[in-house]
Design a protein around this ligand. Structure first.
Ligand code: ADE
Length: 228
């Protein structure tokens, strides 16, 4: 899979996309992630990429030209399955959206900044808009990193124990059961006995019960259409 991210603040993306599971997935050749600085396509000596908002409201707007030219250069090289704009107006990211995106070959992600982006970009160049939650961030970069992380960990081989991504919270519309590690007792707080029993059947039964119990308690909305 290949992900191209377009940003005016590419530095914001460096750390989140170069550590841990994403770093290992890149090293294993499961994903290539390229970060493009929109400013390199900016106009004039100052590499201008933003301009005043027609209509007079305060705040600068990302211009269409540099974005269009950068996208065009990328599109000359390959076909993109989705060209995503990160925006609080978009469809809410959930596990199902991440699963779907993780099956694609080429994704482009545009991060907004300033007051917004020229609406013609959204009308003519973008195929999908995604929000990571009902709050406004200063730009789309952190949201794009969230999307990348949630996709890359799903790629087969990205996580050493392949079942691990499948047992994540939200796969099945359930939260994960609690997990524990050694010591079996700390400060008088004991790990549930069943987990020490060595009986896989009893353990998975307990895990299913706990997953359901936690979901009922914390996120009952997840169960509404699941038949559980
Ligand atoms: N850009 C600004 N806020 C955002 C959000 N909540 N989700 C995605 N992109 C954003």
């Amino acid at each position: 899979m290949r992900i191209d991210i377009l940003s005016v603040v590419p530095q914001l993306l460096e750390s989140p996309l170069n550590h841990s599971i994403i770093k290992r997935a890149k090293e294993k050749g499961l994903v290539e992630i390229f970060i493009h600085d929109i400013r390199e396509y900016g106009k004039g000596n100052y590499r201008q990429v933003d301009d005043y908002n027609y209509g007079g409201d305060a705040g600068m707007v990302l211009m269409i030209e540099p974005v269009y030219n950068l996208m065009n250069d990328l599109k000359k090289e390959r076909e993109y399955d989705e060209i995503i704009y990160m925006s609080p107006d978009g469809e809410l990211l959930n596990q199902q959206v991440s699963n779907t995106l993780s099956c694609l070959d080429n994704i482009m992600i545009l991060c907004g900044h300033y007051k917004g982006i020229d609406h013609r970009i959204r009308e003519h160049l973008i195929t999908r808009e995604i929000s990571i939650g009902d709050y406004v961030l200063s730009g789309g970069e952190i949201a794009a990193a969230v999307v990348c992380d949630s996709i890359v960990r799903l790629l087969p081989g990205a996580i050493s124990d392949e079942t691990s991504a499948l047992s994540d919270s939200f796969q099945d519309n359930l939260l994960s059961p609690p997990v524990y590690t050694r010591p079996a007792e700390f400060n008088g707080w004991r790990v549930p006995e069943v987990l020490l029993s060595g009986n896989p059947k009893l353990i998975s039964q307990w895990q299913e019960e706990k997953a359901l119990e936690r979901t009922r308690l914390l996120r009952p909305n997840l169960l509404e259409n699941s038949g559980k």
